[in-house]
Design a protein around this ligand. Sequence first.
Ligand SMILES: CC(C)(COP(=O)(O)OP(=O)(O)OC[C@H]1O[C@@H](n2cnc3c(N)ncnc32)[C@H](O)[C@@H]1OP(=O)(O)O)[C@@H](O)C(=O)NCCC(=O)NCCS
Length: 159
Amino acid sequence: MKLRRAGADDRDRLLAWRNRPEIVALGSSQRTVRPDEHDAWYARVSQDPRTRLYIVESDAGDPIGQVRFDPHGSGEAIVSIYLIAGHTGRGEGTRALSEATQRAASELGARRVWAVIRDTNVASQTSFARAGYARCSAQEPQPADLACADHLVYRWEAP
Ligand SMILES: CC(C)(COP(=O)(O)OP(=O)(O)OC[C@H]1O[C@@H](n2cnc3c(N)ncnc32)[C@H](O)[C@@H]1OP(=O)(O)O)[C@@H](O)C(=O)NCCC(=O)NCCS
């Protein structure tokens, strides 16, 4: 597994991935995005110095997924990750998450990274726990905007 920053050449690949049924099913809107929406979003994300978007490549050098860190307040970020179908369950997503979190935190100067995971997505919860994230208990203070029915909040803290 290898990580690299996403570039202009990845714009159309990311749109194709975003509109795959398994990725649409993960999103809150549960719909595909139009090319013009995607291009506007990609232009914004690519230019935002507070965002990091990495492409995950397999050992063979094929692009197999993405890890993205968006700003969430001062010194904090929120992460989202997916590998495309056929590439999950081999540990590559977990390794990508672990490596990307450390790299993004260092590059962005973030001390804390949040993740919001559907309560039924046990594979993702396992992966985040292995990558060094801890599940927040209901008693812990959590950002109000992350609270979402049927979802769990995970947190990573810089060592
Ligand atoms: C979440 C994700 C990035 C984890 O990466 P990964 O490389 O698949 O993770 P691992 O191979 O380390 O697997 C972690 C655990 O998840 C489970 N798992 C992974 N893929 C699975 C699958 N397709 N079906 C069932 N369980 C699966 C396994 O139980 C594994 O634990 P085990 O090693 O004890 O069997 C990846 O599975 C993925 O992209 N899933 C689809 C998108 C998604 O859910 N993104 C996260 C949204 S919050």
